[in-house]
Write a protein that binds this ligand. Structure first.
Ligand SMILES: [Zn+2]
Length: 319
């Protein structure tokens, strides 16, 4: 046929460079959501890792401050290390980071001489793994001061009470940090942080809002906590992380605290906070009953525990 133009189909070959696996002690597990590990380009290595008490595959000198050079944190036998980790670590503790985004959180932890967190969960759902889970991070000591030895931690990006002018203590803000734009609540992210997100142009909108005011308010460990919700992308990644962590470390069961007395998910510190095996919040393990240990409220009043419970407990039945 004259005049017909044939064009060869253009073959676009995208090199798949997005990592979706978390890793520990030579094990790797695909959790189906974007993960940037500490060895990846753009990764955020934990500034202050520590050795877990009683674990044998590192020199005990690494258990306490001061922070050593990154090269010092070597795992001798990863097979044995993984066994120890599986036997002894039984909690995944959720936090809000009281920061604008994960890069902001990383900077705050870098400025400290001892703080860290195994994971950061950014506004756009990107998960950063900062170190091998074999190591301890000082993220939440719990009321017995031993909380970090038995746990893996995730700092989820959310300003928490710091977003409200009337509650903010860390930052000098002149107005609330969430506002309604075209009918939707949105975090007003400063330019320097906006450019650090892996998703260009991402708008951080709360997954749920409360009435006209937008933010949620509940009393946690004796304090009223007002905050806007986490993003939909964060919930989706967090659910994948919970399912993955359970497969990697089965003593972290797919369950969250439930109070028989209250007949609901509690927000305050629970009585069995040190023996509980599963997924729980910083506020569940720490209300500051011991000298030098502060009362904690995260992941806070907006966190949708009901959604997480439904998502992970259904999975446990399937498994
Ligand atoms: Zn916390």
């Amino acid at each position: 046929m004259e005049g017909a133009v044939y064009t060869l189909p253009e073959t676009i070959h995208h090199e798949c460079t997005v990592n979706t696996s978390i890793k520990t002690c030579g094990q790797k597990l695909d959790i189906g959501t974007q993960v940037v590990t500490w060895t990846d380009s753009g990764g955020l290595p934990c500034p202050n890792p520590r050795g877990r008490q009683g674990f044998t595959q590192h020199p005990p000198a690494l258990n306490d401050a001061p922070t050593r050079e990154p090269e010092a944190y070597k795992i001798r036998n990863t097979t044995r290390a993984y066994e120890e980790l599986k036997q002894r670590v039984h909690q995944l503790v959720l936090h809000y980071d009281a920061c604008y985004c994960s890069h902001h959180c990383h900077q705050v932890l870098k400025d400290s001489s001892f703080l860290g967190s195994h994971f950061y969960l950014d506004l756009d759902g990107t998960l950063y793994q900062t170190c091998d889970l074999y190591w301890k991070t000082n993220t939440g000591p719990g009321d017995d001061g031993r909380g970090n030895d038995r746990a893996v931690h995730v700092e989820i990006a959310n300003l928490g009470p710091e977003a409200l002018v009337k509650d903010a203590e860390l930052y000098q803000i002149k107005q609330d940090q969430y506002r309604v734009i075209n009918g939707q609540w949105e975090l007003a992210l400063p330019g320097k942080f906006r450019d650090t997100l892996r998703t260009p142009g991402f708008k951080a909108r709360p997954a749920r809002t409360f009435g006209e005011r937008g933010y949620f308010s509940r009393t946690i460990n004796g304090k009223t906590i007002r905050m806007w919700d986490f993003t939909e992308e964060q919930y989706q990644s967090l659910i994948q992380l919970c399912l993955g962590i359970h497969r990697l470390l089965p003593k972290i069961k797919l369950r969250i605290p439930f109070s028989k007395k209250l007949q609901r998910i509690p927000l305050d510190r629970i009585d069995n906070f040190s023996s509980f095996s599963g997924i729980l919040g910083h506020s569940h393990i720490q209300k500051g009953t011991r000298k030098g240990i502060h009362s904690k409220y995260d992941p806070g009043s907006a966190f949708d525990w009901g959604r997480l419970k439904k998502a992970i407990e259904n999975q446990e039945r399937v498994a």
